[in-house]
Design a binder for this molecule. Structure first.
Ligand SMILES: [Zn+2]
Length: 447
């Protein structure tokens, strides 16, 4: 029996959740009536043997059901862009000035000096525990795969993925600047990724540089990386144009290259910040190319807001986020995720997708109407990750749910929802968050 302030869920194989609200865009099935102006429908849910047995109209539940008193039910969250290998190094390696280049330099120094297997494993586990306790069911993490880190981190990924199987579906994506792929190490990384069932990724910049005007060898390097992926049948996930520099125009080149080479895998591009600062005709041409190439985009608003437009002594003038509304309108599947957590790329965060949703809603104005934006944190990333049952409320799917006392989006997006109930296979889990002190020996206990 798990008690929370607003409901008590029995530890039994069969029960009902009565008087719930859910986002209609996440409900598969019909007969639940018209959504309200925030997109919410009212329903009862029958839970049986760890799965959702039935989504039923309000009033269907028998006596003795768990009364949610109008509170919301969400499918478990899907966080499709994280960096669990960098997470929580902030106490020992803070970003000196909060800048993008400060983040790169600090992470490189920390990685070279300290990322032995146990260090990476402990911090990854900590991040996974935070995410699990807050209702996330699947995570993709980028993994710095520079030499010699790839041979340390990828075995850890496999161990941790195995240890967390059944709790969090974990995917790994290689991450390193493009020029590393032109060396024998690049081929080695592609082989490691293929062997580990991972995803091939890069950042669209050179080692030690930022995302500014594309370097002369850009297209040649890009094609080489595509061919490494295609030769091995790998999906790709790139960090693209994470910059406010209008010279950063990699996204359209990625789309054109995918089309020209006939890339058949799944291709995701993250960030794409600088696109928001381009002229309208270039934005339109880029979005058409991205849609035609079947590229999906993931935006990381918390990290973008933190890093973009940062100059000491100058107030930031823009929010750092790409053209999310225009992308969705152009038919590009858009996900929103958390990115870095307590490391030099983002000083804050807690692997909490409800925080991501709250912040993203405010930063990118994903409201009035909310429309189907809730899919960007749930069903869209689930589909991109190849996890079709995730991120949806449907009969037969696992009862991996997040229950909130919040009835309306205004209530949900105004409070932290720290009293949420997280169900896994229909049973309430311990939602206590791990104590930061667990990492003191690795990352230090001083500011
Ligand atoms: Zn990232």
């Amino acid at each position: 029996m798990k008690r929370s302030g607003f409901a008590t869920v029995p530890a039994e194989p069969h029960y009902w959740l009565a008087d719930a609200r859910a986002q209609a865009c996440l409900v598969e099935g019909n007969g639940l009536g018209q959504p309200d102006r925030e997109g919410l429908v009212r329903l009862d849910l029958e839970i049986r043997d760890g799965r959702i047995a039935r989504l039923a109209p309000l009033g269907s539940a028998p006596a003795g059901a768990v009364d949610l008193r109008g509170g919301q039910v969400w499918p478990g969250f899907v966080d499709i862009h994280t960096h669990l290998d960098k997470g929580h190094i902030w106490p020992r390696s803070p970003n000196p000035d909060g800048s993008f280049m400060g983040a790169i330099d600090t992470v490189v120094r920390d990685r070279v000096a300290r990322w032995h297997a146990e260090d990476v494993r402990a911090r990854m586990e900590f991040g996974l525990h935070c995410a699990w306790a807050q209702g996330t069911v699947a995570i993709r993490t980028h993994l710095d795969s520079h030499p010699p880190q790839a041979d340390i981190t990828w075995p850890v990924l496999k161990q941790v993925r195995e240890a967390w199987a059944g709790r969090i579906d974990l995917q790994g994506s290689a991450n390193m600047p493009m020029d590393f792929y032109a060396t024998p190490h690049g081929t080695h990384v592609a082989d490691l990724v293929a062997e580990a069932g991972g995803i091939l990724g890069t950042v669209t910049r050179l080692n030690g540089e930022g995302h500014e005007a594309l370097p002369p060898q850009f297209l040649e390097l890009l094609e080489h990386i595509f061919r490494l992926a295609m030769d091995r049948g790998l999906n790709m996930d790139l960090h693209v144009d994470e910059s406010g520099d209008r010279g950063a125009r990699a996204l359209i080149e990625v789309a054109r290259t995918a089309e020209r080479l006939g890339f058949k895998g799944r291709l995701q591009c993250g960030h794409c910040c600088s696109l928001a600062l381009q002229p309208d005709d270039f934005i339109a041409a880029t979005l058409k190319a991205v849609a035609d190439a079947g590229i999906t985009v993931v935006s990381l608003p918390m990290c973008n807001m933190y890093l973009q437009g940062r100059t000491q002594g100058r107030t930031p003038r823009w929010r750092g986020v790409t053209v999310l509304h225009e992308m969705k309108a152009a038919g590009v599947p858009v996900s929103i995720a958390s990115d870095n957590c307590r490391d030099p790329f983002y000083a804050y965060g807690d692997h909490d997708m409800l925080e991501v949703m709250t912040q993203a809603t405010r930063i990118a104005q994903l409201d009035h109407p909310i429309g189907d934006w809730p899919r960007a944190f749930t069903s869209v990333p689930a589909s991109v990750m190849g996890l079709g049952e995730r991120g949806r409320l449907k009969a037969g799917a696992p009862a991996d749910l997040v229950l909130l006392s919040a009835r309306f989006m205004s209530e949900m997006l105004s409070r932290s929802q720290a009293d949420r109930i997280v169900l896994r296979a229909g049973k309430a889990i311990d939602t206590s968050l791990p104590d930061y002190r667990q990492l003191d020996q690795l990352v230090g206990a001083a500011p």
